[in-house]
Design a protein around this ligand. Sequence first.
Ligand SMILES: C[S@@+](CC[C@H](N)C(=O)[O-])C[C@H]1O[C@@H](n2cnc3c(N)ncnc32)[C@H](O)[C@@H]1O
Length: 186
Amino acid sequence: MKKKKYFLKEFFKEKKTVGAVSPSSKALGRSMLKNINFSEVNAIAEYGPGTGVFTRMIIKKMKPGTKLLVFELHDAFYNNLVKEFKDNDNVILINDSAENISKHMKEQGIEELDVVLSSLPLTNFDKRLTANILKRSHGALCPKGLYIQFQYSLNAKRILKRIFKDVSIDFTAKNIPPAFVYTCTK
Ligand SMILES: C[S@@+](CC[C@H](N)C(=O)[O-])C[C@H]1O[C@@H](n2cnc3c(N)ncnc32)[C@H](O)[C@@H]1O
């Protein structure tokens, strides 16, 4: 099944957690990745890859040996990611909520992350889940680490500012719908 059609099908099954009707554009992916210095990244986590549009872009830019932890909650998306990325030893696919980041880092022997890249529809979640994900991500990042998140509105600004030191916001019109990219420093 084509990626767009299959994404839409998953959206109708799980509207709140999928949070979008089609996969993001590569232009949004470029905007998400533009502040990452991949030559200094040893460990990165991606939350909510869906059909893997950003995952593919990250893998292309990662230096050899960088570990990518990928958290996808929904089985259908996860199973397809396994089919595509199972032969890449540096990609660790996790069929669990991003909320459990600390447990999985421990299991993988990863002490800190350089980057968290999140597509989670944060403002659809209950407040406790959002706060847990953000606080635990903050705790998992190295001192110079970046938390990068896209959203379709500016509603996430307040909660991100409460947890991260500095939050800068970019806008990209080349996505359906247009999106804001938040880049947060620890
Ligand atoms: C807006 S979609 C983004 C998909 C893809 N990154 C893109 O931009 O096209 C959100 C994704 O987050 C996943 N998701 C929702 N809640 C999650 C959670 N707690 N942990 C991990 N993934 C989650 C959904 O299954 C979905 O794949």
